[in-house]
Design a protein around this ligand. Structure first.
Ligand code: C2E
Ligand code: MG
Ligand code: MG
Length: 652
C-alpha cells in the first residue's frame, strides 16, 4: 500500500515555495519577454521547477487516492493521472538542469542548435507520453485497471537521468562560476534529489522522491534564490550580491560584456540637506529611469549610490550609447516632492575582458574613487586605474614610512672650476620591491596630495643632517648638500622651526645645506610660502631653483629672488643637443643667470659630449649619470674617497 503522506508534504512545501517566491521580496519580479529569455532567467526556471513539483504531487496524490477507491469505472482517470505525472516529472528534471546552467551561466551564449539538441530527449519523452494512449509503449492498464510499465518505459527514465547527469556535469565543470556558498547549496540540493530517487527506487511504497525534490526547492529558495535574486530594498534594482554573482558567472563563462556604471557623486550633500525619505525617493526615481533605459537588461544597485547596467554582446543598443543617454539625462533636473534638483553622475563603461580580464580587477575598478570626482562626466577606465594606482602607491608609501624603509641617496654635483665634487643632491629612495620600480617623480606628488610629504620631508632633512654630522671626516671637502623641498611642505606652519630644531640637534652649520625648490613652486608663491622662504633666508639658508626651463620660466622672479644655484632641467640640455634654437636659448639663459651671480647647475649630463657642451655654454656645476647615479650613503662616501685619491695622483 502506498503512503501519500510525503507527497502531501511535498505539495504543501512546494505551494509555500511558490507563494513566497512570487510575493515576498519579489513584488517587482517581471519575467523577461520571449521563451528563450524566460528559460535563461534563473528565477523563472525556479518557478517552473516548483510548479512541476506541485503538479507532480497533485497527480501523484490523486493517483494513490483513486487506487484506494479501486473502482473499475475510474480507469480513464487513473490513466490520465499516470500520464500527467510523467509529463510533469520529466519537466522537473529538464528544468532542474536548465536551472543549474543558469546559476553558473553555462546557458548563456549558446546557439539555437544547442537548445534544439538539448531539448530533444525531453520533447521525445513528452511525445511518447502524449501518444501513449494509442501506442501503450510507455505504460498501460490491464483489464483490471492495474498499471504496467511498457517496453519504452526505460526511455522515460533514461531521459530524466540524462538531464540530472547533465546538470551534474555542468555543475562540476563550471564550479568556479559560482561562489563557494552557492556551490555547496547546489551540491546539497543535487544530493537530496538523488537520495529521494534512490529511496523511492528501493522502497517504492514510500513515495519519497517528490518530497525530497520539494525540500531541495526549499533549500534553493532560501539559500540561493533569495540571495541571488535579491532586490535592493530602496531602489528595487538587483542588489550587490546579485551583481557579484552575475559578474562571476559572466566572467567564468568567458562572456564579453560591458558595464555601464553610474555613480551619483553628490548625493551625500543632498543627504545632508534633506530627509532620508526624500533621498530614497530620489534614488528610486533615478533607479526607475535607469531601469527603463536598460529595458531588457538587468539594472544593479551595487552600492548605495552606484548603479550598473549589464550589456551583453549583441545588445540592441551599445554601452556607449546608453552612457551618453545617462549623461544627457543628468544634465537635466530631477524632481522630488515638487522640488527640482540637479544631480551629478560619473559614468563609465567598463568592458570585460578588455578592461578587466578577471573578477578581481573588475572589483577593484569598481571601487575606484575617480568616478566620484568632477561632477557629471564620462570617466575613462584609464582614470579609474590611475586613481587605483595612486591609492596603491599611497598605501605602499605609508607602510614604508611606518616600517622605516625610507632611505636617502646622494648624487654628486661636480664643479668645472674646482674639477671635483663640491656638493651632492639628496634624493629619496624607498626600500620596497614595488616602489623601487616607480620613480620618485610619480610617488612624490602622491605623497604631496596625501600629506605624507610632511613626514618624508622631515625624514630627509634629518638624514642629511645626521650624515653631515657623523660622516664629516669622510666628506673630502664637500661644501654642501642640496635637499628637495616640496611646496606642500610649506603648508605646515612649523616647517622652519622643525628644520631648525633638527639642524641644531645635529650641530650642522646652515651653509652646509641648500634647499631646492622647483620652478613651478616658486612661481606659485602664496603668503605661506613667501613667509617661510623669508624666514629660511633670514636664518641663513640658501636656495636653489630646481628644474629651470620646464615650467613657466619667470626671469623677473629669478632676478628678484636671490638663488644660490639655478638648476637647468635635463630636458633642455637634451633638446639643445639636436635643436639649434634651444641651444641658443640655453646659452643666453646661462649667460643671464651667471650675470646675476648665480651658479648654474646642469642636470642630466650623461655623456662626455654633454659635459663638454654644458661647460662650454657656461654651466659651472654639473650633475648627471656621467659622474654618478644617485647612490647609497656608503657608496657615495667611497666615490668621494676615490675621487680625492685620483686627484692627488701625479699627472701622467
Ligand atoms: P630632481 O630634484 O630634479 O632630481 C634630479 C633627478 O634627475 C633625479 O631623479 C636624478 O636621479 C635624475 N638624474 C640625475 N642625473 C641624471 C641623468 O644624467 N640622467 C637621467 N635620466 N636622470 C638623471 P629621481 O631621484 O628619480 O627624482 C625625481 C624627482 O623626485 C626629483 O627631481 C625631485 O623632484 C623628486 N624628489 C626626489 N627626492 C625627493 C625628496 O626627498 N623630496 C622631494 N620633495 N622631492 C624629491
Ligand atoms: Mg632636485
Ligand atoms: Mg631637477
Amino acid at each position: 500500500m502506498y503512503s501519500t503522506n510525503y507527497e502531501i508534504a511535498a505539495l504543501v512545501l512546494s505551494v509555500l515555495c511558490l507563494v513566497y517566491s512570487l510575493t515576498a521580496n519579489r513584488r517587482q519580479y517581471i519575467p523577461p519577454k520571449g521563451l528563450k529569455n524566460k528559460l535563461l532567467d534563473q528565477h523563472f526556471v525556479f518557478i517552473l521547477m516548483v510548479l512541476a513539483n506541485i503538479f507532480s504531487a497533485i497527480v501523484s496524490v490523486g493517483g494513490v487516492y483513486l487506487e484506494t477507491l479501486g473502482r473499475a469505472e475510474l480507469g480513464d482517470w487513473k490513466y490520465l493521472l499516470h500520464a500527467s505525472y510523467f509529463v510533469f516529472h520529466s519537466t522537473l528534471s529538464v528544468s532542474f538542469c536548465i536551472y543549474v546552467m543558469n546559476v553558473n551561466g553555462t546557458s548563456m551564449g549558446r546557439s539555437k542548435r544547442f537548445y534544439r539538441l538539448f531539448l530533444t530527449p525531453y520533447l521525445l519523452t513528452e511525445l511518447l507520453v502524449l501518444t501513449n494512449g494509442f501506442t501503450h509503449l510507455a505504460f498501460y492498464m490491464d483489464e483490471n485497471i492495474v498499471y504496467h510499465r511498457g517496453v519504452l518505459m526505460p526511455v522515460l527514465y533514461a531521459s530524466g537521468g540524462f538531464y540530472v547527469a547533465l546538470g551534474f556535469y555542468f555543475f562540476f565543470r563550471y564550479k568556479r562560476a559560482v561562489s563557494r556558498a552557492d556551490s555547496i547549496t547546489i551540491g546539497v540540493v543535487m544530493g537530496l534529489a538523488t537520495l529521494g530517487t534512490v529511496i523511492q527506487a528501493v522502497w517504492s511504497h514510500l513515495l519519497l522522491e517528490l518530497f525530497c525534490e520539494a525540500l531541495a526547492s526549499l533549500a534553493l529558495m532560501v539559500l540561493l534564490e533569495e540571495r541571488s535574486g535579491h532586490l535592493d530594498v530602496v531602489t528595487g534594482a538587483l542588489n550587490r550580491a546579485a551583481f557579484a554573482d552575475a559578474n562571476r558567472r559572466l566572467i567564468a563563462n568567458r562572456q564579453s560584456y560591458s558595464l555601464v556604471v553610474v555613480s551619483l557623486t553628490d548625493l551625500e550633500t543632498f543627504s545632508a540637506l534633506f530627509s532620508g525619505r526624500e533621498v530614497e525617493e530620489l534614488l528610486m526615481d533615478v533607479a526607475s529611469w535607469l531601469t527603463k533605459l536598460s529595458s531588457e537588461r538587468d539594472l544593479y544597485c551595487f552600492r548605495r549610490t552606484s548603479f550598473a547596467i549589464v550589456c551583453g554582446e549583441g545588445a540592441p543598443r551599445g554601452a556607449d550609447e546608453l552612457a551618453d543617454e545617462v549623461l544627457r539625462r543628468f544634465e537635466g533636473e530631477w524632481t522630488v516632492r515638487g522640488m527640482a534638483f540637479r544631480l551629478c553622475a560619473g559614468v563609465c563603461v567598463i568592458r570585460v575582458p578588455e578592461d578587466a580580464p578577471n573578477g578581481a580587477v573588475l572589483q577593484e575598478l569598481l571601487t575606484s574613487e575617480a568616478l566620484n570626482v568632477g561632477g557629471t562626466r564620462r570617466v575613462s577606465v584609464a582614470e579609474l586605474s590611475a586613481q587605483l594606482r595612486d591609492h596603491r602607491v599611497e598605501a605602499l608609501l605609508r607602510r614604508a614610512v611606518e616600517e622605516h624603509r625610507l632611505r636617502v641617496w646622494y648624487q654628486p654635483i661636480w664643479s668645472s672650476e674646482a674639477q671635483r665634487t663640491v656638493a651632492a643632491e639628496a634624493l629619496l629612495r624607498v626600500e620596497d620591491d614595488e616602489l623601487r620600480k616607480i620613480s620618485p617623480e610619480e610617488y612624490i606628488p602622491i605623497a604631496e596630495k596625501t600629506g605624507l610629504i610632511r613626514e618624508i620631508g622631515l625624514f630627509v632633512f634629518e638624514e642629511v643632517c645626521r650624515f653631515l654630522r657623523f660622516e664629516r671626516d669622510r666628506l673630502q671637502g664637500l661644501e654642501y648638500i642640496e635637499l628637495n623641498l616640496s611646496i606642500y611642505q610649506f603648508m605646515y606652519g612649523d616647517l622652519v622651526s622643525r628644520f631648525e630644531e633638527i639642524r641644531r640637534h645635529f650641530g650642522v652649520s646652515v651653509d652646509k645645506l641648500n634647499l631646492e625648490i622647483t620652478e613651478s613652486a616658486s612661481t606659485r608663491e602664496t603668503p605661506a610660502i613667501t613667509e617661510a622662504l623669508e624666514r629660511l633666508r633670514a636664518l641663513g639658508y640658501t636656495l636653489s631653483l630646481d628644474d629651470f626651463g620646464t615650467g613657466y620660466s619667470n626671469l623677473m622672479q629669478l632676478i628678484s629672488s636671490s638663488y644660490k644655484n639655478v638648476k637647468i632641467d635635463k630636458s633642455l640640455l637634451w633638446d639643445a643637443e639636436h635643436n639649434p634654437t634651444t641651444a641658443e636659448l640655453l646659452e643666453s639663459l646661462i649667460r643671464v643667470i651667471r650675470s646675476l651671480g648665480c651658479n648654474v647647475v646642469q642636470e642630466g649630463v650623461e655623456t662626455e659630449a654633454q659635459l663638454g657642451y654644458a661647460t662650454d655654454s657656461g654651466s659651472n656645476l654639473i650633475q648627471g649619470y656621467y659622474f654618478s647615479r644617485p647612490v647609497p650613503q656608503e657608496t657615495f662616501l667611497g666615490y668621494l674617497k676615490t675621487e680625492a685619491e685620483q686627484s692627488q695622483l701625479p699627472l701622467p
